[in-house]
Design a protein around this ligand. Structure first.
Ligand SMILES: Cc1cc2nc3c(=O)[nH]c(=O)nc-3n(C[C@H](O)[C@H](O)[C@H](O)COP(=O)(O)OP(=O)(O)OC[C@H]3O[C@@H](n4cnc5c(N)ncnc54)[C@H](O)[C@@H]3O)c2cc1C
Length: 428
């Protein structure tokens, strides 16, 4: 998520939080900004947050702010929720906070827990099988495949009416002394104290920030490069399948099957999801890397979504977007009543310090996994075989490192049901 702010005043948009009656003081170590704070929504919102994008990250942030008593509005370019064209993977890192928000039962209605990942060669011989059920005991929850649009619908159903403004395509952002102003393609203007870009891979918010940074010579060289995609993928969801022909679609658990193709190399991913359907991806590395800079793709209906910092099937994109929202909400909750510019700087610096190491390790892990699953040749075959043959304790080391399981500081905590506690450097 890309934050932008420029504020030397506090918001006039303060609102009374719905449950401001019962606030309890408790302590927490989740940010560098403050260590003692109140429990429950704030009585008066310290600022107004403008969220661009009603995707996984934007809606999750909205719900976290709603419960924190912080004023917000979401601008979304589409006219309505997307049709159910894809899934997201949610695991212990996010399901604990989802449970804390009281949404776990609803989310599990549209989720299927994953039992195994089976890797096969093009001739359908099994290279290896990986158990995924262990996450429940070790980290507290199964890893689940969730229908994306249904998940978004659940989040929206917990927001008050009118908080998502549909059909608002944000084009321009202007920072001023009195906050930030955005202009949409239809001429609509909205103002707030801070803006959070949750608008996907080709984020308008990020591009606006980069433009400003560039004029001030602050933009790192690496960020001047255009965003490239390195993989192609076609993704689809079947209709409900016939039980006699596809019994796996009716199982309680989803068994993910990956078939690594040959010459030219494409991998086929199949996973049963709820309602007896199966989601499938065909993916492969680009044969001509130059195609990754195709700007038409960027403008297309599917392009902006289909390229992300995390490859779609890595199972990390949505998880990381949700964790961004949790960390950000915890930081915004700590703002002083009448925040000034320096207060915002302080919380965003703290947010970045805490999020960056975790995002970097998730990024490294998913990119090497994706490369391994999509690369060709004898050595890639051997590496895949070796990886699947590793003893559990070795495989677990990598997964343990990514465990955070963050909670919202201002809501009643829920128990960590995982036997393996979060490693201390990851703890919020
Ligand atoms: C086909 C597919 C399959 C995937 N499968 C998985 C998976 O199995 N597991 C997993 O974890 N992740 C998966 N992902 C990735 C995951 O969906 C994303 O990482 C996650 O949705 C990122 O959330 P986000 O909120 O940052 O962005 P998005 O969900 O992309 O939401 C961005 C929102 O911003 C809106 N928007 C964009 N520009 C503007 C603008 N200028 N003005 C207003 N609104 C704007 C968009 O319309 C969209 O609603 C998949 C992605 C795709 C495309």
């Amino acid at each position: 998520m890309a934050p932008s702010f420029n504020s030397s005043h506090s918001s006039n948009n303060s609102r009374q939080s719905p449950a401001s009656q019962s606030q309890t003081t408790f302590s927490s170590t989740s940010s560098d900004v403050a260590s003692i704070h109140t429990f429950g929504p704030r009585e008066k919102s310290p600022c107004k947050v403008l969220i661009v994008g009603a995707g996984v990250g934007g809606l999750m942030l909205a719900l976290c702010l709603e419960r924190a008593g912080i004023d917000y509005i979401i601008l979304e370019r589409t006219q309505q929720l997307p049709v159910p064209k894809s899934t997201i993977q949610l695991g212990p890192n996010t399901l604990r906070a989802i449970e804390q928000l009281g949404l776990l039962d609803e989310v599990m209605q549209v989720a299927k827990p994953v039992s195994t990942l089976t890797l096969m060669k093009h001739n359908m011989t099994v290279t290896g099988r990986m158990d995924c059920l262990f996450t429940k005991e070790r980290y507290g929850h199964y890893s689940c495949i969730v229908q994306r649009s249904e998940f978004l619908r659940i989040l929206i159903s917990h927001l008050p009416q009118g908080k998502v403004l549909w059909g608002k395509y944000v084009l321009e952002i202007v920072n001023g002394d009195a906050g930030v102003q955005v202009r949409c393609s239809n001429g609509y203007i909205e103002e707030a104290d801070i803006i959070i870009g949750a608008d996907g891979a080709y984020s308008a918010v990020r591009q606006n920030i980069y433009r400003t940074m560039k004029t001030k010579n602050l933009l790192p060289k690496s960020d001047e490069e255009p965003l490239k995609h390195t993989l192609n993928a076609i993704i689809g969801v079947t209709q409900p399948l016939d039980r006699s022909r596809f019994p796996a679609a009716y199982e309680q658990f989803s068994e993910i099957t990956v078939v690594v193709g040959k010459d030219p190399l494409y991998s086929l991913w199949l996973s049963p999801i709820v309602n007896n359907r199966v989601i499938w991806f065909v993916s492969g590395e680009l044969l001509k890397p130059a195609e990754g800079e195709n700007t038409n793709f960027k403008q297309s209906e599917f392009g902006p979504e289909a390229v992300d910092a995390f490859p779609p099937f890595s199972g990390q994109g949505a998880e990381q977007a949700i964790m961004d929202a949790i960390y950000l909400a915890n930081h915004l909750y700590r703002l002083d009543e009448n925040p000034v510019h320096e207060d915002y700087v302080k919380i965003f610096e703290s947010y970045q310090r805490r999020r960056s190491p975790l995002v970097k390790s998730a990024d490294q892990m998913t990119h090497s996994m994706t490369h391994l699953m999509n690369s060709q040749g004898f050595s890639a075959d051997v590496k895949r075989k070796l990886m699947f043959a590793l003893p559990d304790w070795v495989k677990n080391v990598g997964v343990d490192k990514m465990q955070v399981r963050p909670l919202l500081d201002y809501l009643a905590p829920v128990d960590d049901k995982g036997k393996k506690s979060v490693i201390s450097s990851n703890a919020m």
